[in-house]
Design a protein around this ligand. Structure first.
Ligand code: MG
Length: 278
């Protein structure tokens, strides 16, 4: 069963989404050479406290931190720690969430630490982020869930290949429904699997966290002995971008983007729904 939200409930999720947007902004600023990933976790905890919001990652299935910090060949679910010190040339994906009045938001971005990254890493992050927006643009009334998967995969497959020779669309993780819990039905693949059918029809009130994860090599991953950290099997680096999105009568509202997704969606010819909190 998919939880369908009222406009009032979407407004509450927007409040949570704006907290996540602020966590992203401040963690991205703090992701400089010499900072530890625990420093970034502290920034996120501070923002949550300032905004009177609750963490949804901390304690989730026993997860020990406020955010996930995934460096280089870590795809997702990296655990922040004082021993993980960022250096110029690193690539870090920061995944953060917030709960406001019982409503969840969840989003991730990829940040370049310092300078000196090879061009293919810039391309990797750009392709991953743009595939997210292609997926968001497919979140329209009348479409099916699979149309979002198709838009994400199609965007990635249309891009020129990186120097590594391929992009791997991570298979074992994907997007999800979100609302009164962080992870809800339905699961959203970042590629089309014909065995799964087309999925539910998208109707106003449908809320999804859309989150492509792409590597410069394999689509396959493994989990480290800490039971959280997910790495690529071939050691290639990965990018992760995510937004929580609500489909409204007036189109998609990107809950975790500061502008509700207005600017990026306009580039794609889609009008974002008005911000209920503006
Ligand atoms: Mg998520």
């Amino acid at each position: 069963m998919v939880e369908i939200k009222s406009p009032e409930q979407i407004a509450k999720m927007r409040a949570a989404g704006l907290v996540v947007a602020e966590i992203h902004r401040r963690c991205a600023e703090a992701a400089v050479p010499g900072a530890s990933t625990k420093d970034l976790d502290d920034v996120a905890a501070t923002v949550l406290a300032e905004r009177d919001a609750k963490p949804n990652f901390l304690g989730y299935g026993g997860f020990p931190a406020t955010i996930c910090t995934s460096v280089n060949d870590v795809v997702v679910h990296g655990i922040p720690g004082r021993e993980t010190v960022l250096k110029a040339g690193d690539l870090i994906s920061i995944d953060a969430g917030a709960i406001v009045d019982g409503w969840h938001a969840d989003a991730a971005l990829t940040v370049f630490v310092g300078d000196g990254h090879p061009e293919q890493l810039h391309e990797l992050s750009r392709v991953t982020e743009e595939s997210l927006w292609a997926g968001i643009a497919a979140m329209r009334k009348g479409n099916r869930l699979v149309d979002i998967s198709k838009a994400i995969e199609g965007y990635i497959r249309r891009q020129p290949l990186p120097a590594s020779g391929k992009y791997g669309i991570i298979e074992s993780y994907g997007g999800h429904g979100i609302g009164t819990e962080m992870h809800m039905d339905p699961h959203l693949l970042n590629y089309v699997d014909r065995r799964r059918g087309r999925g539910p029809r998208l109707i106003p009130g449908f809320c999804l966290a859309i989150e492509p994860m792409v590597s410069l090599g394999t689509a396959k991953t493994h989990v480290l002995a800490d039971e959280w950290t997910v790495k690529t099997n071939d050691g290639t680096w990965a990018s992760h971008w995510e937004h929580s999105v609500a489909l409204t009568e007036e189109g998609p509202l990107v809950l975790t983007a500061q502008d509700g997704g207005r600017a990026k969606l306009a580039e794609l010819g889609v009008t974002a729904a008005p911000d209920p909190l503006a």
